[in-house]
Ligand binder design. Structure first.
Ligand code: AHR
Length: 659
């Protein structure tokens, strides 16, 4: 009976201190520090792909709020029957307002019944929550007229689930902003917004907007709290932003320009999102970048969740998979200036040009920016030429500022070898490596960094994700196999923390009804969000990183795939704990003795966290968001040695206090 109970417990726990005879000895030399783990070691990569920003974390619910999409009425439908042709027209101010040229003019002819209106469909509908307060706002200009507006949220059955009346006034030529607040009476994932007009005359409308009140930190016009919370829970060391290929743009006109993403939202110039049309198999014609989440909000987010900001800037090259446009070397000046100005925007004194702009946005204190990427996935001699110009200018002004350089799209091959060689000759601070590969690659590359040069350039695993099918396949899944393979690989990153200073999974977010690229770390719909098994692997590494790597070996070799076991060990100098991470990628339970050297005593109880699934193809979902999720146990650790049992297909973390 006792034995049967133990077996049941073993299966549930995954990794146990057991009396089972051990098959292998893992030696941990607790007193032999091997490498310092940087606080920035595990971070996140944010790109506005898969409706990550617009339609995602940026809480705006109205799609095409300023009529600037290439089809100006996309997302909008006229309700009722206008009396004459031209009662709803889009006007273009052209040079008078280049950032936001269009607005909508609505003309009414004695419409006392209020039977004419507009509907906005939201990004994929609007997620509305019962009891939450909503702010409807708009900019308007009312010519002599008497017009009333009725705002109405409706559910999928067209029933009203929230409404408000708006009284406007005659403004003459001046634009005015008005906001009305109301509370939703029901929860609905696919709501839409109606605006009804009553009266006689004309009204001009722009920046028609609807935000929930329950944003992250209740900031007006802010971010979705559930999505930010998932990031905050990871305690990421950094946030890479804004990408990704979005940095480069299809062509240079579509590159990311940070200066166009700050200041009042109505002055931020919208552009088409490159993921709108990138994949013929996943077209998203309504995908644009409004930059409501711009560089100020990004720095603020990083500060909120204690992450270092890591902006990536365009280096004068458009996406080399697309147009591959280049800025001539002698015209690179404004691009370099953008980089210098961004540092000033983040850190500059409030008397400096850009520091003053930051202060004007409500943040006089600096954001303490310490590093920046120059180029995303750029390659070839053209990249090196441009990078040298950026590096010289930035280092001349900010000698201690760290620069992250691209090694292209792949972790091997001719392009990689060329760039890696050139960048090391330049003594690059940090080289950004990307690995979008099958799970086998991740398992097989747990030793990738064991023989990297220990001095010189550090490595940033800047984008990676195991592809269960192949890169850009719509069949890729975030299953337990992909997550387990990443965990195995990450033990190799952590073991080599003296070489690898940072790493981030990519992409971060995907909207279930608006994605272009899979796999992704976190999936959302209009109301819900969940972490994939890959998310939990990232989170567990981040929350359990420790401060110093110590050796864990088996037969004097690192534990990196023998019998499908992968391990790393670290010590946390702050909490005085030993942290052992063990990945068992085999289909059988495995027993180990952990022989601790250099420590005489440890606490009689430890904390064991286990992430596992018997089915390598298990996925999390909106219906089962925790199907693969960590389980935490308190385990006894008394005795002269530790005997551990790792369940089939498991990732386990043991924390024991050293005495
Ligand atoms: O993460 C998705 C894309 O993959 C990124 O935008 C790009 O840098 C990489 O090719």
């Amino acid at each position: 009976m006792k034995k049967r109970m133990l077996i049941r417990y073993t299966i549930a726990a995954g990794l146990l201190f057991s009396t089972v005879r051990a098959q292998q000895v893992l030696t941990v030399k607790v007193n032999q520090p091997q490498a310092t783990i940087q606080p920035t070691m595990w971070g996140v990569f944010f790109e506005d792909i898969n409706m990550g920003a617009d339609g995602g974390i940026y809480s705006e619910l109205v799609k095409n709020r300023s009529f600037e999409f290439n089809r100006p009425m996309m997302g909008w439908t006229v309700l009722g029957k206008p009396a004459t042709e031209g009662d709803f027209v889009v006007l273009n101010r052209g040079q008078l307002n280049t950032a936001n040229p269009r607005f909508l003019r609505v003309t009414l002819h004695n419409n006392a019944a209020g039977s004419i209106g507009l509907n906005n469909e939201g990004f994929r509908g609007m997620g509305i929550k019962k009891g939450v307060q909503y702010d409807f706002s708009f900019m308007y200009r009312q010519l002599p007229a008497t017009i009333k507006m009725k705002i109405e949220l409706v559910n999928a059955k067209k029933e009203t689930i929230g409404s408000a009346a708006v009284v406007t006034e005659v403004t003459g030529d001046a634009w005015k902003k008005q906001t009305v607040r109301f509370v939703a009476t029901a929860t609905e994932p696919m709501a839409t917004l109606n605006i009804w007009f009553e009266g006689d005359g004309a009204i001009d409308l722009d920046m028609v907007s609807l935000f929930p009140g329950d944003t992250w930190r209740n900031r007006p016009g802010g971010m979705r709290a559930d999505m930010v919370q998932l990031l905050a829970d990871m305690k990421p060391g950094f946030i890479r932003f804004p990408g990704g290929c979005i940095v480069e743009g299809f062509d240079l006109s579509q590159r990311y320009q940070w200066k166009k993403t700050i200041g009042p939202v109505e002055e931020r110039q919208l552009i088409i999102n490159r993921w709108n049309f990138e994949f013929a198999h996943r077209p998203t014609p309504d995908y644009f970048q409004t930059f409501g989440l711009g560089f100020f909000e990004y720095f603020q987010l990083a500060e909120d969740i204690g992450a270092e900001p890591l902006p990536i800037l365009n280096c004068g090259m458009a996406c080399q998979f697309n147009s591959a446009e280049l800025v001539p070397l002698d015209e690179l000046g404004p691009y370099v200036q953008d980089a210098l100005d961004l540092i000033e925007f983040a850190n500059g004194d409030t008397s400096s040009t850009w520091g003053k702009v930051r202060a004007g946005m409500g943040h006089p204190e600096p954001f303490h920016l310490k590093m920046m990427g120059v180029g995303n996935e750029n390659w070839g001699p053209q990249y090196i030429e441009r990078l040298k110009i950026f590096t010289a200018a930035i280092k001349a002004r900010y000698p201690d500022f760290k620069l992250i350089n691209s090694s292209g799209t792949d972790p091997n091959g001719e392009r990689f070898d060329y760039l890696n060689g050139e960048l090391r000759k330049m003594n690059a601070d940090v080289i950004d490596e990307h690995y979008y590969r099958k799970p086998e690659w991740f398992f097989n590359n747990a030793r990738r960094y064991d023989n990297y040069p220990r001095n010189g350039s550090k490595v940033f695993g800047g984008e990676y994700a195991a592809q269960s099918d192949k890169t850009v396949s719509i069949d890729n899944k975030n299953c337990w196999l992909t997550a387990l393979s990443e965990a195995a690989f990450m033990t190799g990153l952590e073991r080599n923390a003296d070489v690898v200073s940072m790493a981030s999974y990519a992409p971060l977010f995907a909207h279930a009804d608006g994605w272009q690229w899979t796999p992704d770390l976190i999936w959302v719909n209009n109301l819900q969000s969940f972490g994939t098994p890959d998310y939990y692997v990232q989170k567990l590494f981040s929350l359990n990183k420790g401060t110093t790597v110590v050796p864990i070996t088996r037969n004097n070799d690192v534990v990196a795939g023998q019998d499908s076991l992968y391990a790393t060990a670290s010590v946390d100098a702050v909490t005085k704990e030993l942290i052992i991470k063990l990945v068992n990628a085999s289909g059988k339970e495995q027993n180990s003795v952990i022989a601790l050297e250099g420590v005489k005593k440890w606490a009689p109880e430890g904390r064991l966290t286990i992430l596992k699934s018997d089915d390598l193809y298990s996925v999390n979902s909106f219906a089962q968001p925790q199907k693969v999720a960590p389980v935490e146990l308190v385990v006894g650790t008394a005795g002269r040695q530790l005997n551990l049992t790792a369940a089939a297909y498991s990732f386990s973390i043991l924390r024991v206090k050293l005495l």
